[in-house]
Design a protein around this ligand. Structure first.
Ligand code: ADP
Length: 340
């Protein structure tokens, strides 16, 4: 019985020495990836077992041959444990990374939701209060002359249209944030999407003397959801017109770059302040020019929607100041090697 206790003590001491060295090593590895930690942890465990077995074997004065047998057996099981452990350890590390990414996504979605709630409380309540005031003025006869009444009706109509546009944007954005977007990707000739968008803004452009320049041919084909791609191009083009002064120029170009298709909308807005550039895609960001809902700008959701839709396609969007204005560039994975 005493012998067994002594042998146990030997094994424990050898394991503890390896364990302490391992703990020191783990400290040195702080900040390294989870995979490295899992692999080193496994190696320490196996080394502690090997050290215990070898110490006990030596303490028992095994013959050279028997010691070799023990060592070969231990080495074989150590190799199997390390191999199995490394494979499952890597999976564990990957699962831990996914979990961390999911937590980060959830955190960003929560922040997005908070922004939206703040946006709703300000940007819908303020115009609603204005509408109520105008309706009460009409009801109470405060405004009674025909010209005044017609003007109030026109403003109520315009404000209602603007608010329903904002509610549509809000709905779209909440679908994106909730991950409820169901894309039906199809091969789309970008030229058709652009010419539809240009036709839709033609009256506004003509009204303000703005030239919208787009090539007649050479547009790439892209795989994307039709409604979503239309929305992206519409939002970028509408913004370019909205922020370009009268008689300015808006240019739309596209091309292929390796495995990507790019689409760029450039305007003559005079440039976006450097501090604002990283924030233009944030929910409810409206620069310094249009902080009130009555201003020329919209609800500050258009570019957040653009980014959400582009990222849902596995693409990315960026902005920079180029020449007399700014240039928004969307990159999407290409459909194939064709041009239309
Ligand atoms: P908004 O409805 O206010 O246009 P967006 O999300 O579309 O909201 O744009 C956010 C802000 O980014 C705008 O308020 C404006 O300050 C800036 N911006 C967007 N597009 C342009 C552009 N083409 N030229 C200059 N500034 C732009």
């Amino acid at each position: 019985m005493r012998d067994i206790l002594l042998i146990g003590l030997y094994a424990l001491t050898a394991g503890a020495v390896v364990g302490l060295l391992g703990a020191g090593l783990m400290r040195l590895l702080r900040g390294r990836s989870i995979t490295v930690h899992v692999c080193v942890l496994l190696a320490i465990t196996v080394a502690a077992v090997v050290a215990g077995v070898v110490t006990v074997a030596r303490a028992m004065f095994l013959s050279g041959h028997d010691l070799q047998v023990v060592l070969v057996t231990v080495a074989a099981s150590a190799a199997v444990s390390l191999a199995v452990g490394t494979i499952f350890g890597r999976r564990l590390a990957a699962a831990a990374m996914w979990a961390a990414q999911a937590r980060e996504r959830e955190r960003r979605m929560e922040a997005g939701r908070r922004d939206l709630v703040a946006w709703v409380s300000h940007d819908l309540r303020t115009p609603l209060a204005g509408l109520r005031a105008m309706i009460e003025a009409l009801q109470d006869g405060v405004v009674a002359d025909p010209a005044g009444v017609a003007e109030y009706h026109r403003r109520i109509r315009a404000e209602t249209d603007r608010m329903s546009g904002l509610v549509d944007d809000l709905f779209e954005l909440s679908r994106i944030h909730a991950g409820a977007l169901r894309l039906s990707p199809a091969r789309l000739p970008l030229g058709d999407v652009v010419s539809d968008a240009v036709a839709a803004v033609a009256p506004l452009a003509a009204d303000r003397g703005i030239s919208v320049l787009a090539a007649d041919r050479g547009w790439p084909v892209v795989t994307a959801g039709a409604a979503e791609l239309n929305r992206v191009v519409d939002n970028l083009l509408t913004n370019a017109l909205r922020y370009t002064p009268a008689n300015g120029v808006v240019r739309i170009e596209a091309g292929r770059d390796g495995r990507d298709v790019w689409l760029a909308v450039s305007d003559s807005c005079g440039g976006i302040p450097d501090d604002d550039l990283p924030r233009v895609f944030d929910v409810a960001f409206r620069g310094t020019r249009a902080r009130t809902p009555q201003g020329a700008g919209g609800g500050g959701l258009g570019l957040a929607i653009v980014r959400g839709l582009v990222e849902a396609h596995g693409g990315r969007v960026r902005v920079g100041n180029v020449g007399p204005g700014c240039r928004f560039e969307v990159r999407l994975p290409a459909a194939g090697g064709t041009t239309a």
